[in-house]
Design a protein. Structure first.
Length: 82
């Protein structure tokens, strides 16, 4: 991301960078919706069989990956707004 512009002694946000972060967060939200559907499938199987299948580990891995992306995007946003 580009550095924030300084004008009249005040730092101004890099709007292009902020829009990039906003798009990344929209993608994260979409992915979380898909993961929620996968988690519902895992829960349905667990409720009907009494066992948690291997898919639960896959879903957990997706959650961790997406949480990492969200953390990175929020970190970028924090840098842009300083």
């Amino acid at each position: 991301m580009a550095e924030a512009e300084v004008r009249n002694g005040q730092r101004r946000p890099d709007w292009e960078g902020l829009l990039d972060v906003a798009e990344e967060l929209r993608q994260v939200r979409w992915l979380l919706g898909n993961i929620a559907g996968n988690l519902n499938d895992v829960a349905r199987v667990a409720n009907s069989t009494g066992e948690i299948g291997e898919e639960a580990g896959t879903v957990l891995g997706l959650v961790r990956r997406i949480a990492g992306r969200a953390d990175a995007s929020l970190g970028e946003l924090k840098e842009q707004t300083r």
